[in-house]
Design a protein around this ligand. Structure first.
Ligand code: ATP
Ligand code: MG
Length: 566
């Protein structure tokens, strides 16, 4: 491409709302332009990079035996009602109504659609296994769109769905996708780590996420420093810290007129926060309540709680008014002792502690010397987040926690959708059975942003070769110099003939401006045709280092070729 013919959308000033490097750079380098919150237009340079990522994904998916198709983004509500997700999906779903008042959504994901395609096409065990995928635009009305296309309201996803007749088949499909994802992220130059993820009601090691480390990531990832255990904090099992054994003391009710928080109670009574427990009430599935008790210094893990009660909607903290209406006490005075009939989940550490302090379900009072079994009961389990420095659930080593962003997700769905939507096949034994399904997503636009997040410096993007929109830029230092322009054009044409993506910066600009733009756009290789051209020499530079090599024109082609193939 000749840059004199290009729409160049680079920016000098970056909007203040761009907080992270990739967002700033995608705007500064002119890869995309914002149209509304979480809605972007891709400019030619951005689209070209996006297509490179898509091509890698396509190749690896095809190699893994998956087949590409393309579904509509407009999905009738009936399909979602069949799976029960029309209501459960909530406000994140963009809903539209047609002129006849028929309801549709703009697809946030496509499990229902693929299940429908297969149930109306595939009848026999002989026609599977199948893995179908698409690279398509998704819509989610995110509560907080931010960081550019890292969390946008319209984004491109590769979503794949596998259909098998038995568990072994599903395991094979899942493992193939795992391997394909490793290849995809490697080829994208992305350091993405596969971590165990929560798989809800299905449980087990049936779900994994590919995470990139990022300080602004919205997930916490638990890593073991001794073994290769890595899990999303939502999933990571915690090991209860065993409290020192004590004799059980008599239960005592104490006045705590001004003590509303754990810190207040700890201060008043001079006890360790480990000897306190907090009691939180959540609402789910519209009208159900669950009460969770964890140690005062711990954080509740809502995913573990949600799985324990088989919630089909997100948990929401009950309001103080609601809590008061049911338990006769405000937030700061709740506790498990004598709690009115309700689902009560007790974290293992609380059940194993001695003589703890809890709220008395009466404003201004707490109980002292409370003991599980004697003073209260409940379902004991792991309902809290693991914390930095705790024991690895696999090897007993020590865990650390870092922030991360999910770029891909692989998930064994089992018969969740095939059962609810009646997607069945006739098996060898003549019986009708539901398909075993898996689903496998990659955020394509988020992957693109993550690549930039991991590959940049103060001057701009540094594209890894395989996803670079252009591999090499040829710059005549002085566009008014005929010889420089002529040689630059020759090199440009020859490199294009070598099937490389090449830019010729034939704009009537100063060399400095061209260099700056080439750096900002992140072109991996730069050839400058300057004064030495009269001696048959040009300059070669990689974006990734500062070294400038002088090469003969003949040698520059080999150099480009070998760097491209590296
Ligand atoms: P997150 O926890 O980040 O919201 P998710 O669990 O909702 O992700 P999935 O439903 O598994 O995501 O979607 C598959 C992939 O789509 C994710 O791995 C992610 O890369 C991408 N993705 C999801 N939501 C967005 C978004 N709002 N903007 C850009 N990419 C997204
Ligand atoms: Mg989400």
């Amino acid at each position: 491409m000749k840059m004199s013919n290009m729409i160049i959308a680079t920016l000098r000033e970056v909007p203040a709302e761009a907080e992270i490097e990739s967002h700033k750079l995608m705007l500064r380098a002119g890869l995309m332009k914002k149209m509304a919150a979480g809605v972007y237009n891709y400019m030619p340079m951005g689209l070209k990079a996006l297509k490179k990522v898509e091509d890698i994904i396509r190749e690896e998916m095809d190699n893994a035996g998956a087949q590409e198709l393309l579904c509509s983004a407009v999905i009738p509500s009936e399909l979602w009602k069949e799976s029960g997700r029309w209501d459960a999906y909530g406000q994140e779903m963009f809903r539209v109504t047609d002129r006849n008042s028929r309801e549709f959504c703009l697809g946030p994901t496509h499990e229902e659609v693929f299940t429908d395609i297969v149930r109306t096409t595939i009848k026999s065990y002989k026609q599977v296994p199948l893995n179908l995928y698409q690279i398509q635009t998704k819509y989610r009305d995110e509560r907080r769109p931010r960081f550019g296309v890292m969390r946008s309201r319209e984004f491109i996803m590769k979503d794949a769905y596998s259909f098998d007749t038995n568990q072994e088949g599903l395991d094979v499909a899942y493992d193939k996708m795992h391997d394909a994802y490793v290849n995809i992220f490697n080829r994208c130059g992305l350091d993405a780590k596969c971590v165990e993820a929560d798989s809800g009601a299905i449980g087990g090691s049936n779900s994994a996420e590919f995470m990139v480390k990022s300080e602004v990531g919205e997930d916490d990832i638990v890593f073991c420093t001794s073994c290769d255990y890595a899990a999303n904090i939502e999933k990571a099992e915690s090991t209860a810290e065993i409290a020192e054994k004590e004799e059980l003391l008599p239960l005592e009710k104490i006045e705590t007129p001004n003590e509303k928080t754990i810190e207040d109670v700890v201060k008043l009574l001079g006890v360790s926060p480990k000897k306190t427990a907090k009691t939180i009430v959540f609402r789910y599935d519209d009208d159900k309540l669950v009460v969770v008790v964890v140690r005062g210094d711990r954080e509740i893990n809502e995913v573990k709680v949600s799985n324990a009660v088989n919630a089909t909607t997100d948990l929401e903290m009950a309001s103080e008014a609601e809590v008061r209406a049911i338990f006769n006490a405000g937030f700061g005075s709740l506790g498990p002792v004598g709690m009115k009939e309700c689902t009560l989940l007790i974290d293992e550490e609380v059940a194993k502690a001695f003589n703890i302090v809890v709220g008395a379900n009466e404003d201004g009072f707490h109980y002292k010397n409370v003991n599980f079994g004697r003073d209260f009961e409940g379902t004991v389990g792991d309902y809290r987040n693991i914390t930095e420095g705790e024991k690895c659930p696999h090897c007993g080593g020590t865990v650390t926690i870092s922030r991360g962003t999910e770029v891909g997700h692989i998930f064994k769905l089992g018969t969740k959708y095939s059962e609810s939507m009646g997607a069945t096949f006739i098996d060898e034994d003549g019986k009708s059975k539901p398909f075993l399904m898996g689903c496998y997503g990659i955020g394509v636009t988020r992957t693109l942003a993550s690549i930039i997040e991991q590959h940049n410096d103060e001057n701009g993007i540094i594209w890894p070769m395989e996803v670079a929109p252009y591999h090499v830029v040829v710059i005549p230092a002085n566009s008014k110099n005929e010889e420089q322009m002529k040689v630059a054009e020759e090199i440009y044409n020859k490199l294009k003939a070598m099937k490389l993506d090449v830019l010729l910066d034939d704009r009537n600009e100063r060399a400095g401006v061209k260099f700056k733009d080439a750096d900002l756009m992140g072109v991996p290789m730069r050839i400058t045709v300057g004064k030495k051209v009269s001696e048959g020499e040009v300059e070669f530079k990689l974006r990734s280092n500062s070294e400038v090599e002088t090469l003969s024109i003949e040698d520059v082609y080999n150099k480009v070729e070998s760097e491209y193939r590296k």
